[in-house]
Design a protein around this ligand. Structure first.
Ligand code: NAD
Length: 494
């Protein structure tokens, strides 16, 4: 196995100052072994007050406020360079803190650097509008920063989800107060140090680890926070939306999913099987877009499932830092136990466990938060197993008969984050893609991302989009300016 764990200093970033948190200390666990990696102090609601006040001052400081877009973009490029220089250290830290494979965390770090570069480019190339003239005045629509933005992140892909919030918010001229998830503060703090050392003006970034009900709640309800960007579960997202409604504050919500992946009878079986396995079992299923409901045309259902189960049973489950591991531990034993309870529920609902369905029988993995990749069938789409987000390596398979039956089942979900279609018939794929209720549809591929393509959910999967040119607009306010061209006084006053 490669790379020893290197602890991060027990300090949080409050408006440009590194300090020990004054909140309670929390243990950070290596989910691969259950060992305590380090103990970190957390932030308090008072720290949120300080961070917001210093953030507001930093946004108003002419040294930041008056920067031209290409000058602000330089900071983002510098941050991207610094992330790339520290890439291996960040990837290793993320692997220790989340359990993920190094191959995956390296990809997430590269994507974080790419996100800063992309938003630097968007910033430099964004146009503002001179709207059509309707009188003796010029009319313009310009964009201005919101002020201090609150960013609340989940534990599944910290470095990438942090960058997805920090980069566009800074690009649009804001300050950011970020709260990482309780289980995974280390990478966010390491990223904050990199950003700080890259020379970002003091006060523009705070990173405040702590309890959601304390620090998260204080951020959302703070009168000085002008927008919240939240990624996490639908239940928490709904609470954030309620608080935002009280304040009449804009909010972006990236929430949960129960995404359907669909195999039509003419699909390339090997391609579909590998794509479906990657879609659900990579990241050990802890991915909002995991393709967790599989719909297969009844005419090929038996053969297709047999091949899928045969390959799934051969997946290599092991430590994230061991070369060759495909399915790493889950983020925390508590979360693994919640996944195990869902598989028990599936059994109670009458589901057949075709493979997996328990923890690995391997002494080496005994203390880690491992769970075997699991395929279940024999349930109907209205069962709880098919309707609730499990957020683990658990795939439920269902047959369908014809397009109408397929669409009725696939769209029968409170979620609408993503969907996948495997077929050789592009006309049919297009038709289905347009009728699926999902923010993203993949055709003959799955779980691929492009920072230049907007991402967001519909229904209970979210509100608003991240990424793409729209991603930066979400962190600004539109202002209209009228520039009068009359030489004479307004005759109305005479
Ligand atoms: P979670 O909702 O439990 O927590 C998310 C964040 O919210 C954490 O930082 C938590 O501390 C904070 N929080 C909790 N209570 C809060 C409160 N009252 N006020 C403010 N903040 C509060 O989610 P999780 O378990 O960390 O992450 C898993 C969930 O995230 C899954 O549902 C997954 O689908 C979703 N997710 C969605 C996307 C997406 O882009 N759509 C991406 C990744 C994860």
């Amino acid at each position: 196995m490669s790379g020893e764990f290197e602890s991060v200093p027990d300090e949080i970033l409050i408006g440009g100052c590194w300090k020990r948190g004054t909140g309670p200390a929390g243990e950070v666990i290596d989910p691969g072994t259950g060992a305590v990696l380090q103990v970190m102090t957390q932030a308090t609601a008072d720290d949120v007050d300080t961070a917001v006040a210093l953030g507001a001052a930093a946004v108003a400081d002419p040294a930041w406020r008056d920067l031209l877009p290409h000058q602000r973009a330089r900071y983002l490029h510098r941050i991207a360079d610094a992330i790339e220089r520290s890439a291996e250290r960040l990837a290793l830290l993320q692997s220790y803190n989340t359990g993920k494979t190094l191959a995956e965390t390296r990809g997430l770090v590269a994507s974080a650097a790419g996100t800063f570069r992309y938003f630097a480019a968007v910033l430099e190339t964004a146009d503002e509008d001179l709207t059509t003239q309707r009188g003796n005045y010029l009319t313009m629509s310009v964009r201005e920063p919101i002020g201090v933005v609150g960013a609340i992140a989940p534990w599944n892909s910290p470095v990438a989800s942090d960058a997805q919030k920090i980069a566009p918010a800074l690009a649009a001229g804001n300050a950011v107060v970020l709260k990482p998830a309780e289980w995974t503060p280390l990478v966010s703090l390491a990223l904050a140090r990199i950003i700080d050392e890259a020379g970002l003006p003091s006060g523009l970034l705070s990173v405040l680890p702590g309890r959601g009900s304390v620090v998260g709640d204080a951020i959302v309800n703070h009168p000085g926070i002008g927008k919240v960007t939240f990624t996490g579960g639908t239940r928490t997202g709904r609470m954030v939306a309620h608080a935002a409604a009280e304040k009449l504050m804009p909010v972006s919500l990236e929430l949960g999913g129960k995404s359907p992946t669909i195999v039509l009878a003419d699909a390339d079986v090997e391609q579909a099987v590998s794509g479906i396995m990657y879609g659900i079992f990579s990241s050990t299923g802890q991915s909002c877009i995991a393709g967790s409901r599989l719909f297969v045309d009844r005419r090929i259902y038996g053969d297709f499932l047999a091949r899928l189960v045969e390959k799934t049973a051969r997946l290599r489950v092991g430590p994230g830092r061991e070369p060759g591991t495909q399915v790493a531990p889950m983020v925390h034993a508590e979360h693994r136990d919640s996944v195990a309870r869902y598989v028990d529920l599936a059994r109670a609902e009458g589901g057949r466990i075709l493979c997996g369905g328990g923890i690995p029988d391997d002494d080496r993995l005994r203390d880690g938060a491992y769970y075997l990749p699991t395929v279940i069938d024999g349930l109907t789409n209205d069962s709880r197993t098919c309707q609730e987000e499990i957020f683990g390596p658990v795939l439920v398979a269902l047959p369908f008969d014809g397009e109408d039956d397929l669409l009725a089942q696939a769209n029968d979900s409170v979620f609408g984050l993503a969907a996948g279609i495997w077929t050789a018939d592009y006309r049919r794929a297009w038709r289905l893609a347009r009728r699926l209720q999902a923010g993203t549809v993949w055709i003959n591929t799955y779980k691929q991302f492009s920072i230049s393509t907007p991402f967001g959910g519909v229904k209970e999967s979210g509100l608003g989009v991240e990424k793409g040119r729209a991603g930066i607009a979400a962190y600004s306010r539109q202002k209209s300016i009228y520039l009068g061209l009359d030489d004479q006084p307004n005759p109305w006053a005479d």
